[in-house]
Structures are given as C-alpha cells and as structure tokens.
Design a protein around this ligand. Structure first.
Ligand code: TXA
Ligand code: MG
Length: 354
C-alpha cells in the first residue's frame, strides 16, 4: 500500500515528515520532493532497501544512486571530500550540485553500482532536509521515474509511476528547478551531467571553469566510454516520437507545413504562437525571456505529451547557455537523436516511425 503524505507549510508537515522518516528507517521506500525533481529514496546504508529502488524503477544495476545528506558531517560518514574542496562545498550546499568523490567502505556496493566513488549532494529543499535529518541516515535517491521516462516534477507524476509500488509519496507541489542536479567529477573537474547548477555558477564557486564534454551535452559520440554510467541508457523518452528541429526557428512553420494538424509542438510561448495553425496542438513552456521557467516545465511537457492527441511531436532547440545546457541535454535524449532541419528531413523522420 502507498500512503500519500501531503505537505502544506513545513510546520504542518512535521507529522508527515516523522511518518516518512520512520518508513525509511524501517527499510521502506519513500518518494520525496527536492528542489530539482522528486526522488525515490531509501536508507543509503540498507542494501536491501536500495536494491528495491532498482527493481521498482527497472534500473540497471551498474547505474549508481545519488546519496542525499543534510550536513557536512553526514557527508563525511559516506564520502571522502578532498580537503581543498571542503570549504567550497560547505559554502555551496545545499544546492543542486552533486559531486563524485571517493566512497567510504561503509557504503553498500549496490548504492555505488560497484564503483569506488560515490555521488553525493545536499538538496536545497526544507522538506528534503528535514526528512534526512529526521531519518538520521543518508538517503539514496535517484529521480522518481520509471527508467527511460521523464523525471517527476510533481507528486502526481510519481503517483502515476509508482502508486502501489512504494510505501509513501510525499507531495509538496511543483519542483522549483524541474531539472536534475548538475553532476561534477571533482577529481577530473568535469561535468558528467549538466543540471540545475549552471557551469557559470560552478566557475564562480570554485574559481575555475569545469570541463564540459560533448558527451555530457548528449551529442552522440559512440567511440568514447561513458564516464557516468547513467549516460549510456535511454532517457526522458515519452511514448510518442519526438523530433528536434535544428534549423532556423523562423523556418519551422514552413518545414512542418506538410504535416499540418498532425503533431504536437513543444516550445516557448512565442514559438507556440508562430506554430498556431500548423501544429494540431501545442505545449508552451513559458516565455523565451524566462529560461528558468521554460526549463522547469520541460519534464511536465514531456509527460503531458503522451496524453495529447497527435501522431508525433516537434520540439524546438534552445541556446546552450545557462540552464539551456541542461535543457538541451534532456531534449536530445528525449528525442533519441531524431533531428531534422527542413521539410524533407521531417518527411524522412515521419516515414521512419510509420
Ligand atoms: O537532482 C537530482 O540529482 C535528482 C534528485 C532526486 O536529487 N536525482 C537524480 O538521480 O537525478 P539519478 O539517479 O536519476 O541520476 C544520478 C546520475 C546518474 O546519471 C548516475 O549514473 C550518476 O548520477 N552517478 C551516480 N553515481 C556515480 C558515480 N559514482 N560516478 C559517476 N556517475 C555517477
Ligand atoms: Mg534519473
């Protein structure tokens, strides 16, 4: 049985947090909110509980989990944070930045996917922090979605994925960022997954610019070995095929004209307006002037897409700067590299799915 724990205002949520913490301590599975996306959590020091996360998500065993902590002291119980970065991490956290560092032996192998490193972060969410504190243990939690599906940015998404399969789902409304945390390998000072903490923010906090590989941008490069296990799996894919338009934005209505009335368009409010009359329907992410808002609505749109009447979807591309880097990483994966730049390209793509 799954209980739904609705939280409106932290003080009112105290009882629900105690309840969720008790479930976690007892080896149960709790979906909880963070500032990025909802996570599906278990006591990180309980291997059986962590194993259940993999089976509920349908997640490959070599794709390790992020461990969430509520203090630097708790972080040090499971991870070796290099001394030269300790002060910086204390200053940055809580934040949507996950670091890859050496794991301590206490961490079960199931959490790290057998690696000797661990992904760790302190979420910037009062509900999440209270839950970790109240549990008294670090919480291992991947994003709350079935593997290959878009991550949950609302409790209703997690309910759709996991009702009946987890012990509790906490509901505190929409996630602030709506895209997962940035994952950085501190040793190589390389971004493994762009996320809600921007490259500029990393540079400012650490005083040096991290490397951003084309792999982390999800520009396919089949020759190189993925440095983050998660990078090799299918991701963020709606049921409906979705094509990324890579041409001049002004040319999109003409490029899609021969499929008039057949597809859903996903893009900025401005582009949705331009596509009115060509698309069957559209999902506006927000104004182009507000990239943060657009980013926070992306997973919501990808999940909503499957309920829309249309044969396929077209999404526009965004500038790969600021939060746009993380957005384009998710979009490329959601499209599974199905791109087009003109009318002929789109026809070919549609023939491939028919
Ligand atoms: O915002 C977030 O990060 C959310 C919330 C719940 O905190 N969590 C999340 O977890 O997105 P997940 O499991 O969906 O993504 C974790 C990523 C995966 O790509 C995984 O392969 C990578 O981090 N990762 C975990 N441990 C690693 C390690 N030791 N070395 C390299 N990559 C690692
Ligand atoms: Mg995930």
């Amino acid at each position: 049985m799954t209980i739904i724990l609705k939280i409106q205002g932290l003080r009112k949520g105290a009882k629900q947090i105690r309840q969720a913490a008790a479930i976690l301590r007892g080896g149960g599975i709790v979906v909880f909110p963070t500032e990025t996306v909802y996570g599906i959590g278990a006591d990180a020091l309980n291997p059986d509980a962590c194993r259940r996360i993999y089976s509920i998500k349908g997640r490959a065993g070599d794709n390790p989990l992020i461990v969430h902590v509520s203090s630097m002291e708790m972080a040090e119980t499971v991870a070796r944070i290099p001394e030269r970065y300790f002060g910086t991490m204390r200053r940055i956290w809580p934040a949507p930045l996950t670091i890859i560092v050496k794991a301590k032996p206490i961490v079960p192998k199931v959490v790290t996917g057998g690696l000797d490193t661990i992904a760790i972060r302190m979420p910037d969410s009062e509900v999440a922090l209270s839950l970790i504190r109240e549990s008294g243990v670090p919480i291992a939690a991947p994003s709350a979605n079935i593997s290959s599906k878009p991550s949950s940015t609302r409790a209703s998404h997690a309910i759709k994925y996991f009702y009946g399969k987890v012990d509790a789902i906490m509901d505190s409304g929409r996630s602030k960022f709506g895209l997962e945390s940035t994952v950085i390998d501190l040793k190589k000072f390389t971004i493994l997954r762009p996320g809600s903490y921007t490259v500029d923010q990393v540079q400012k906090a650490f005083g040096k610019r991290p490397k951003v590989t084309s792999q982390s941008r999800a520009i396919s490069d089949s020759r190189s070995r993925p440095s983050s296990p998660g990078m090799k799996y299918r991701h963020y894919s709606p049921e409906k095929p979705i094509f990324l338009f890579t041409g001049d934005p002004r040319a999109l209505p003409a490029a899609s004209e021969s499929f008039r009335g057949e597809f859903t368009f996903i893009g900025s409010r401005e582009s949705c307006r331009a596509m009115r009359g060509t698309a069957k329907n559209s999902i506006a992410l927000g104004s182009r002037r507000d990239p943060g808002r657009m980013a926070s609505m992306l997973f919501d749109a990808l999940i909503a897409l499957d309920g829309m009447e249309s044969r396929f979807a077209i999404i526009e591309q965004f500038k790969e700067e600021g939060i746009g880097l993380a957005m384009m990483n998710r979009i490329r994966k959601a499209c599974a590299h199905k791109y087009f730049s003109d009318e002929r390209g789109l026809s070919r793509r549609v023939r491939e799915i028919s």
